[in-house]
Design a protein. Structure first.
Length: 138
């Protein structure tokens, strides 16, 4: 298993993976999110590549100079419970440390309670904050 930055050539495989694991939403084009992360100076998308099956995991990572963020953590169903999610999170945290971020945050969609235990096990805590959003292009 190799974990490395994905490239534009990997976008179709990442979108298939994200769709398969339920991370995509109709109002948020995943191809655009991924390309934006690859083009940005403070972000990337890490991919886990299995020699036989290709892209089997991802973690989008970026920072604002202080806080790091992790999005699109995805592990193909055939690689779940193998430690790959932990490896991707560790790689994302390592990337953020190298970029100078001192804190890492992530968002979990309401109703996705199944992943709470995973993040608890990795030491992530509820930050007792609300996330608010506003669409700028509508």
């Amino acid at each position: 298993m190799e974990i490395r930055d994905v490239t534009s050539a990997d976008i179709p495989a990442a979108v298939i993976l994200w769709s398969r694991v339920g991370l995509t939403r109709p109002w948020n084009p995943p191809e655009t999110d991924l390309q934006r992360a690859l083009d940005g100076p403070t972000s990337t998308v890490l991919g886990a590549f299995d020699g036989e099956r290709g892209l089997v995991g991802t973690a989008m990572v970026g920072h604002d100079g202080h806080r790091g963020w992790i999005y699109y953590l995805a592990v193909d169903s055939g690689h779940r419970s193998t430690g790959l999610g932990r490896q991707l999170m560790a790689a994302a945290e390592t990337w953020l440390r190298a970029e100078g971020a001192v804190k890492v945050q992530l968002m979990i969609r309401s109703g996705n309670d199944a992943v709470l235990g995973f993040y608890d096990h990795l030491g992530y805590e509820d930050s007792d904050v609300q996330v608010r959003s506003k669409w700028l292009d509508r």
